[in-house]
Design a protein around this ligand. Structure first.
Ligand SMILES: Nc1ncnc2c1ncn2[C@@H]1O[C@H](COP(=O)(O)OP(=O)(O)OP(=O)(O)O)[C@@H](O)[C@H]1O
Length: 299
């Protein structure tokens, strides 16, 4: 191996092969600086978590990545597996989804509750089907090309139903599903758009331990079998520490730590600034993330 190849092999993936690079991102709302000169990378094929206390700027970062907000300053580069690069801060949100292949879910569930579970997955493929039907004419005349696309869309929807264990509920209204299943359906719906980067805003919020374990399994499956990079905002430390390859910690809009879960959970600035300042509170959180054991000894 050459020296350069050696160095690439030992560097973490977020440095050696980033799918997303955020440079000097700043977002101001009037006098409030929600995100302040933030730089980080997301490794291709990694699960990356952004954590931080309430109001740290996590959702604002997501809103900048997905075109919801135009950042005040900074550059956001998406590198697709094909080698194409996209400057997301210059693109409207629909192009970020369709061309740069970035999909997202929101903190609050945004399914079409009155539509069936299967229909929710078909709607996600609407744009592709519209193009393949030559904007409905092909559909009206039943062109073979459109029929093939329609069959492929149904197959893809069924595939994801199977992956989220909801095949039996395909014809039920999405609103009738238990909360955890609705969360998984949202992720499946985003996956039907074949993203290369999947952004999830607090996917574990409100889940019970069994649903949380199912979510972890689904996210690992997406990473391992679909080579989709996952970027998530999460407050549930057990989820973050268990499934993330890379963790970025924000506080007051600035990055205070960036590394593997192991590095971040042992970083004193994270314990002090992010997790609270009271000794007892710190111990409690350290126990939760596994940095110390039940007796207070370092893990
Ligand atoms: N559209 C907006 N207009 C004005 N201020 C905003 C807007 N969006 C966010 N903010 C402010 O920016 C700061 C960061 O908010 P943000 O929602 O990004 O934090 P967060 O880390 O996602 O918090 P949480 O964990 O509570 O969701 C907060 O002070 C918030 O009030």
């Amino acid at each position: 191996m050459t020296t350069a190849a050696n160095q690439a092999a030992t560097r973490p993936r977020w440095q050696a092969d980033p799918v997303l690079t955020v440079e000097h991102l700043t977002m101001r709302f009037g006098g409030l600086v929600a995100v302040d000169n933030l730089s980080f990378s997301v490794g291709r094929g990694d699960i990356t978590a952004i954590i931080g206390p309430n109001g740290a700027g996590k959702t604002t970062v997501f809103n900048c990545l997905t075109g919801f907000y135009k950042p005040t300053e900074g550059m956001i580069t998406m590198r697709r597996a094909s080698g194409e690069t996209f400057l997301l801060e210059r693109m409207p949100d629909f192009r970020i989804a369709a061309q740069a292949k970035v999909a997202r879910t929101f903190q609050n569930i945004r399914l079409f509750g009155g539509m069936t579970v299967l229909e929710n997955l078909m709607v996600a493929q609407h744009n592709r089907l519209m193009v393949d039907s030559y904007y409905t004419l092909g559909g009206i005349f039943g062109l073979a090309h459109f029929r093939r696309s329609e069959r492929a869309a149904v197959e893809k929807a069924k595939y994801w139903l199977d992956q989220i264990n909801l095949t039996d509920r395909a014809d039920d209204p999405a609103a009738d599903l238990p909360y955890g299943a609705q969360r998984r359906l949202e992720i499946a719906r985003a996956m039907c758009t074949e993203p290369e980067l999947l952004c999830l805003d607090e996917p574990a919020a409100g889940l019970n331990p069994r649903e949380s374990a199912e979510l972890n399994e689904l996210l690992r499956y997406i990473r391992d079998r679909h080579s989709t990079s996952v970027l998530l905002i999460e407050h549930d430390m057990s989820v973050v520490m268990e499934i993330s390859d890379h963790v970025i910690v924000l506080d007051y809009g600035e990055k205070i730590s960036d590394g593997t879960p192991e590095q971040v959970r042992n970083d004193p600035s994270v314990i002090a600034a992010y997790l609270g300042v009271e000794d007892e509170e710190v111990n409690e959180v350290e126990r939760e993330v596994g940095a110390i054991d039940a007796d207070g000894g370092r893990a």
